[in-house]
Each structure stands twice: as C-alpha cells, then as structure tokens.
Ligand binder design. Structure first.
Ligand code: NDP
Length: 283
C-alpha cells in the first residue's frame, strides 16, 4: 500500500507559514500584500477557484480585490484594467483567471501583466527566468508539485522523472523544475510512441493530461512515486488522470484527487504574492 501524499495538510502548513511571515512583514513595513483577481464570465469552475483564492487571501492576512467582468467584455477593456492594476500601489499580484472567452487573446493579456506582479508565473519573462535558473515567479501548480515531493521526503536527485503532458502551465514548467532538482527527465505527450514503456521507467511519475484514470497499474513499476495533477469530473465526482485504486497497490507514494496537487496551487499563489510584496520593499 502506498503512502498517501496529503496535499491538503501540506498546503495548510504552507498557508500558516505564509500567514506568520505576512504578520511579521506587515509589522516591519506597514505594508499589506495585495492580490487582484480578475474573472471574465460565469464559468462555475473558474468562480469556485476565484472564491477559494479570495478565502486563502483572507486567511493569510492579505488585501484582495475581485474584478468580475461580463462575458462580453472587450479585450481592450480587459487590457485597460490589467494596466491599471499594474500601476496600483496596493496590488502586488495580478491574476487573470483562465480560460478567457474566445474573443480575447489570452497571450496578449498575460504579456500585459507586469512581470513584477506576475504571481501566476505565466508571463514569458517568468518562464524565461525559470528556464535559465534565474530568480522569478514560478508557476504555482508545478512549484506545488516540487514542494509536495520535498515535504514528503522524496529525494529527486538522480531519479528518473517521467512527466506525461507538455502544457505551458503544468507539463513543461514541472519538467524544468525536476531538471533543476537533478532528476533525469522524460517528457511524454499525445505523440509519444510507447507511453507505457516510458512511464514504467519512472521513479517519479507526474501525470497532467486531463484524461480520467488513464494511467493503469501495468503502466508503472513497483515503488514509483506518483503525482496526479488531473482534475476530471466523472459521474459528479472528481477523478485524477491515474487509476488510483489500481496504481496505489504498486506505488510507494501517491497523491489523491482531490486533496493532492489542487490545494498546493493556491498555497503557492499565496507564497508568490508575499514574495512580490517583499521584493518591492527590497527594490
Ligand atoms: P492540457 O490539455 O493543456 O495538456 C494536456 C497534455 O496531455 C498535452 O500535452 C497532451 O499532449 C497530453 N496528452 C493528452 N492525451 C494524451 C495521451 N493519450 N497520452 C499522452 N499524453 C497525452 O492540460 P493541462 O496541462 O492544462 O492540465 C492537465 C490536467 O491537469 C487537467 O485535468 C487539468 O484540469 C489539471 N490541472 C490541475 C491543476 C491543479 O491545480 N490541480 C492545475 C492545472 C491543471 P499534446 O501536447 O501532444 O496534445
């Protein structure tokens, strides 16, 4: 039986650490870290993520504001709002909840967020810094995955890490982070010739594909550490990309869905927002 990596508990510990650091920072500087979250349209999933982010901000002692825009908001109006938030002294992090309606160019919006306020870590400057190993904002979900491994006592150095998925927000950045932690990294995707052969070589397997329970027991080796990023709705319940019930029997450690990677994403967002406020003071 695998050890269950309790992302909920680890994320709660991190939020508490951020709350303690924030209290100290406020006492020393008189500055309250501030996060602005922008949401366009009424997608229920996005609404839920945004309300969880607001709750976390209140819990750690941040100032937060939510900008709710209608689904027919123009790209120009959204760009104007982002530019206004870029110049707002109270705001240290600007987050535009994705996905955006199809008439808005997501890349253009992300490019407009000031790199010093890019707490989601999606701006090309942040991604570039990540790739060359310079300090900057690290995307929240990939960073959360590394912290989950570290706090679960998994040594990454020298391990075969296999990442399934190559998206800009999960697969690619987590691969770079694993490489920085001295893993030997294989990145798989929909055109990988023999996925099972690759995943079976994994000591650490990170799965971010968005297909419920696709990774089966015969695709992993005994003792693998499995990080399941997938969040899929199946018959009204959450399911990961890994067949948890099967794979748990072979793995040495595994994240559940929900309660694994998900809570870490928001905890890392809180860390990034505090870091942004701290960096502004140091400048
Ligand atoms: P994307 O759809 O952007 O990327 C999916 C990736 O999976 C692609 O690279 C795709 O390959 C690959 N893929 C698809 N099918 C297969 C297959 N049959 N075999 C191998 N590779 C395949 O997804 P995201 O990275 O944005 O998200 C992945 C999952 O993680 C989703 O379930 C999402 O909801 C979840 N997620 C969870 C978060 C959290 O906080 N817990 C945060 C972000 C995402 P190709 O490039 O060739 O098309």
């Amino acid at each position: 039986m695998a050890k269950i990596i309790d992302g909920k508990a680890i994320a709660a510990t991190i939020r508490q650490e951020v709350a303690d650091d924030t209290a100290r920072f406020k006492a020393e500087t008189g500055i309250t870290p501030g996060l602005a979250v922008v949401i366009v349209g009424e997608d229920p999933g996005s609404q839920l993520y945004v309300s969880n982010k607001e709750k976390a901000c209140a819990e750690v002692g941040f100032y937060s504001e939510k900008h709710e825009l209608s689904v027919d908001t123009t790209e120009e109006d959204l760009l104007t709002l982002v530019e206004k938030l870029n110049g707002d002294e109270k705001i240290h992090g600007v987050l535009v909840q994705l996905p955006l309606p199809s008439h808005i160019d997501e890349d253009k919006i992300i490019d407009t967020i000031h790199p010093m306020k890019d707490v989601d870590g999606f701006h090309p400057v942040s991604i570039g810094n990540l790739l060359i190993g310079k300090p900057g904002f690290v995307p929240c979900t990939p960073h959360g995955i590394i912290v989950l491994l570290e706090r679960s006592g998994v040594d990454i150095t020298g391990k075969n890490a296999v990442v399934v998925g190559r998206s800009n927000i999960v697969g690619k950045p987590v691969s770079v982070l694993l490489l920085q932690e001295n893993a030997t990294v294989t990145i798989c995707h929909s055109r990988t010739a023999d996925l099972a052969a690759e995943t079976r070589r994994a000591d650490i397997l990170v799965v971010a594909i968005g297909k419920p329970r696709m990774i089966k027991a015969d695709m992993v080796s005994d003792g693998v550490v499995v990080i399941d990023v997938g969040t899929n709705r199946v018959d009204g319940k959450w399911a990961g990309d890994v067949d948890f019930d099967e794979v748990e029997k072979k793995a040495s450690a595994i994240t559940p869905v929900p309660g694994g990677v998900g809570p870490m994403t928001i905890a890392m967002l809180m860390q990034n927002t505090l870091k942004s406020a701290q960096m502004k003071v140091k400048k």
